[in-house]
Ligand binder design. Structure first.
Ligand code: SF4
Length: 279
């Protein structure tokens, strides 16, 4: 994820602070839901909103709400300002009310809302917000690294599609720790647990991996693909690492020589649905 755009494609509308607060709109859910419920959804911490994208939820036009906070510190994170739970004072953040206002205006134009981040399952208000979005008639998408399986379980009943990040081999705890910047916990276990929960819930999903030859040479990419295949994954996307100019990321951009054409061919033959994403 990145400061103004995500590793998943769309742009995050984060505005430099100008002194003007964002417009706060009233919440129509108070009319159709209990006050407590609307209050809970209203606690969602939204760092920014992409009002319209066709890239973040396959086959749907969606708005994306980027939620503040993530416990991981991935080497290639495009949204480091979203890692702390507190909003970055340099940016004007968004709000639940702003999202609701957008959905009211875009009814008929948008199919779905994607909750992204940061790590959206960190936010305790997510299940209420997902229910509220569904009650408005929109599909709910979720981008997650799977770092909170128990939180994920609570929101899955209200989710229609999940994009689950697989950072490295699920059997390689060291590699997972290296990429996520964690030294003690086992993020690979969490991601595997999350995958199993998503499968058990019967929710449509894809697994995706952000890859650079420095930490995922072609043979490792294929290793991850075979692991996922054995776990029953049908949809896989390989997202080639990209280093935006404004971020000081540790690896340079790579050319079209990565991944090799033979690797792409194998990935295409392994999965019923495979996508190579660049840029
Ligand atoms: S999971 Fe990693 S890439 Fe995503 S927001 Fe957290 S640190 Fe950034």
């Amino acid at each position: 994820m990145k400061p103004r755009s995500t590793e998943r494609g769309s742009s995050c509308v984060n505005r430099r602070r100008t002194g003007k607060p964002p417009a706060f709109l009233y919440c129509p859910f108070s009319l159709i839901m209990s006050e407590d419920f609307a209050l809970e959804a209203g606690r969602l911490r939204i760092a920014g909103i992409t009002p319209y994208t066709s890239l973040d939820y396959p086959g749907k036009f969606a708005a994306v709400a980027f939620l503040q906070g993530c416990p991981w510190r991935c080497l290639y994170c495009h949204n480091p300002f979203m890692q702390p739970r507190e909003f970055d004072p340099h940016y004007v953040h968004s709000s639940w009310e702003e999202l609701v206002g957008l959905l009211k205006r875009r009814r008929g134009l948008l199919d779905a809302v994607v909750f992204s981040g940061g790590e959206p399952t960190l936010d305790a208000a997510l299940p209420a917000a997902a229910q509220a979005v569904k009650a408005m008639g929109f599909a709910v998408g979720l981008h997650t690294s799977g770092c909170y399986p128990e939180h994920l379980q609570k929101v899955l009943p209200y989710v229609d599609w999940v994009g689950l990040d697989i950072k490295a081999s699920l059997h390689d705890k060291q590699a997972y720790r290296y990429i996520t910047g964690l030294s003690k916990s086992d993020p690979a276990d969490h991601a595997l647990h999350a995958l199993k929960l998503i499968q058990a819930a019967g929710v449509d999903y894809e697994c995706r991996t952000t890859a650079h030859p420095a930490y995922l040479p072609d043979e490792k990419v294929l290793g991850i693909a075979h692991e996922l295949l054995e776990l029953g994954v049908k949809k896989f996307a390989l997202q080639v690492y990209r280093a935006p100019k404004e971020l000081n990321l540790p690896f340079p951009n790579v050319g079209y020589e990565y991944p090799q054409a033979e690797t792409v061919r194998q990935l295409q033959s392994l999965f019923p649905c495979f996508e190579l994403r660049r840029g």
